[in-house]
Ligand binder design. Sequence first.
Ligand code: FES
Ligand code: FES
Length: 168
Amino acid sequence: MICATTIPDGPDAGTVAVVVDGTPTTLEVGPVTSLLRALRTASVPVPGGCEEGECGSCSVLVDGDLVCSCLVPAALVDGAEVTTVAGRQRPDLLAALAAHGAVQCGFCTPGMVVAAEAALDAATAAGEPLTRATATEALTGNLCRCTGYRGILEAVVEVSVGRLRATR
Ligand code: FES
Ligand code: FES
């Protein structure tokens, strides 16, 4: 996850063209407009919380890389493919999260899903399911105030095992 404590200046203000969840989208940007703010201004419903790189609720993929969108200057993503939770969630993970009581207030859930799906993809591609330890590491940038993480981790590991089994 790309998270930093300061937002570097980007190029001049203007517009950038990105593809968001498969839809060509124009973002209005200023020199320090974050990708999170630009997406929300363009009515892309990415949740935001701390806007300081601490909570992970704003997680998206930029050209496949997991980032905190609050810390990525929107002006630097011209031409990128941006994937939000709307374009990434899969029913098996959502069902597992629900079954494990891993969604309470729901504040963290979109970012958790984006980060978990990135880790699940990597694990499936590597042919090794996520363990509790590797799932914990993958979700370390995503804070949850409600669940204590146990159900989230159990759900992610369960889905990882299931997806890998389905490939064999
Ligand atoms: S809103 Fe981006 S990390 Fe909290
Ligand atoms: S379910 Fe409330 S913050 Fe995670």
